[in-house]
Design a protein around this ligand. Structure first.
Ligand code: FAD
Length: 500
């Protein structure tokens, strides 16, 4: 240990962000030598949503040494192979954004180029038919990917659905076992030292909790990062006009599907997240285009089972905290920004923030170089996610409401416009820097919503046509064959991780 090492960390908030941070920092920082306290208020509670995830969470679990089956059992979890999008490109259309790739690249050419080339000559099924995850999802099947790269099962990728409250409780058990101390209480003030750094927080009962590094996981309000430090917010609602959600769980209509469904409606969309014991549902909408009572009625009319609670309303503004790290406060979770949950990215953004904080972990001198690099990286991560989510709204042919007319016609960020131009000319896509979503994801949404490039790459044109057709047919058949042999999702859960 060095004399400059941080010895006291205070985590403000005990939602998903707070407990993810607590579990990770207590696992990875100096074998418990750092004093980590987490302050949360039962009276205030958590946002209580956030139940669909993406594949990198597996790495987070592994980093914490979590047994996946035990985790699913404790959180009523199910497996997720991707998202089915209904009524997005146009009413009546559906497509799947799967985890994992489409097909296999062929003679150095991206699979989607091969597909586009063949699609010019003959009527092909949608590109999703070349995805192992879709083949399994459509049949309600699941198995963990195998290690043999020659088998199609190695291309399956998955994530989870879980109960948000149970997930925080599960992480809390881990964090407390690794030395994190939880303090119950409502923070009423934060005290700053002369250099503007936060030195302690004061609770309603008069107690003060002092620290050297503060992790603000206090939710949308950003208790330290915004209310105390006035960091500022980059508002993205001109591109992402949805600013409300209403959520309600209902009974499961049958065996849980291994995928999330997102169904577009006249002023936003509705999520459907199957867990072991219930279905999570929520309607995301733009208040400028839909009244709250109409949104609630629409949600309730679309439920597939009896509601299990009263609907809950939530408000948000799409955007990002201008500096996720300010002075000695690092914001994680909703306090650092929010992109609506269309692609289930928020929990991943927490994970990404934790990973970057660990790799740029400061000492008590707080070298600005570390802070600036963290902020630069988080800005990129957030903006890449933003662009991908905006794509779903922009790439639509819907003209049945003011909301969709607004989305279709809106200007998009330059970064997205450039990406769309490249795609539209010859179907080219490039993954840069810290981009979360790779080629397969962009292809799934672009083709799924009917944005077909004008031409293809010359290298794809040069492939022998008979060989190309043969490769496509063989790949297609192999995914279907493999999926037929996989266990049913419900049987897999019953055997491996049923909550009982
Ligand atoms: P919160 O859950 O709000 O926790 C804040 C904590 O701070 C609480 O413990 C609270 O008690 C504490 N606190 C606040 N003020 C004080 C105070 N004064 N004193 C003491 N404690 C205080 N993400 C996904 O990845 N997938 C999804 O499917 C998904 N769906 C979503 C749907 C909606 C409608 C919304 C709004 C979000 C969704 N998210 C999703 C995002 C996800 O819910 C959050 O990223 C995640 O729950 C983390 O929240 P949090 O911990 O930052 O905040």
């Amino acid at each position: 240990m060095s004399e400059h090492d941080i010895q006291k960390i205070v985590i403000v908030g005990g939602g998903t962000a707070g407990w993810m941070a607590a579990a990770a920092l207590s696992t990875l920082l100096k074998n418990g030598a750092v004093d980590i306290r987490l302050v949360e208020s039962d009276e205030i509670g958590t946002v209580g949503v956030g139940e669909a995830t993406i594949p990198p969470l597996i790495a987070f679990n592994n980093m914490l040494g979590i047994n996946e089956d035990a985790f699913l059992k404790a959180t009523m979890g199910t497996f997720k192979l991707g998202i089915e999008f209904v009524d997005w490109g146009a009413a009546g259309e559906r497509y799947f954004h799967p985890f994992g790739p489409h097909g296999q690249d062929f003679q150095g050419v991206h699979f989607h180029q091969l597909y586009l080339r063949e699609a010019r000559n003959s009527a092909l099924p949608p590109i999703q038919q070349w995805s192992m995850s879709v083949a399994a999802a459509e049949r309600g099947r699941f198995a963990r990917p195998g290690p043999d790269a020659r088998l199609p099962l190695s291309q399956l990728a998955y994530a989870f659905h879980f109960d948000a409250g149970l997930y925080a409780a599960f992480l809390r058990t881990i964090a407390e076992a690794r030395g994190v101390r939880r303090i119950e209480g409502r923070i009423v003030d934060a005290i700053q030292s002369a250099n503007g750094f936060v030195s302690s927080v004061r609770l309603a009962d008069g107690q003060t909790v002092d620290g050297e590094l503060f992790i603000d996981c206090s939710g949308f309000r950003g208790l330290l990062i915004e209310e105390k430090l006035g960091t500022g917010y980059d508002d993205w609602s001109r591109w992402l006009p949805c600013d409300r959600a209403v959520a309600v769980p209902c009974q499961l209509p049958g065996a849980p599907d291994p995928f999330t469904r997102s169904t577009a409606h006249k002023a936003g969309w509705q999520w459907r997240i199957p867990l072991q014991h219930r279905m999570g549902n929520g309607l995301v909408y733009a208040s400028a285009f839909l009244e709250s009572d109409e949104a609630e009625a629409l949600l309730l009319s679309n439920l597939e089972g009896k509601p299990l609670a009263d609907p809950r309303s939530l408000r948000f503004t799409a955007g990002r905290r201008l500096n996720a790290w300010n002075a000695n406060v690092v914001s994680l979770g909703l306090s650092s920004g929010f992109v609506e949950p269309l692609e289930s990215t928020s929990i991943h953004l927490i994970q990404s923030g934790i990973a970057k904080l660990l790799s740029l972990f400061p000492d008590r001198r707080f070298d600005p170089v570390e802070r600036d690099e963290y902020n630069r990286q988080m800005q990129t991560v957030f903006e890449d996610v933003r662009d991908f989510v905006i794509l779903h709204y922009k790439a639509t042919r819907r003209d049945d409401s003011d909301f969709w007319n607004h989305c279709r016609a809106m200007e998009v960020p330059d970064s997205l416009a450039a990406k769309l131009d490249l795609w539209q000319s010859k179907g080219r896509l490039f993954r840069e820097g810290f981009e979360l979503f790779g080629t397969a994801s962009w292809v799934a949404v672009l083709l799924g919503q009917g944005i077909v490039p004008a031409d293809i790459e010359p290298a794809a044109d040069a492939i022998n046509p008979a060989m190309a057709r043969d490769a496509l047919e063989k790949m297609h058949a192999s995914y279907a064959r493999m999926a037929e042999h996989m266990p049913r999702h419900a049987d897999f859960i019953a055997q491996a991780c049923a909550a009982g």
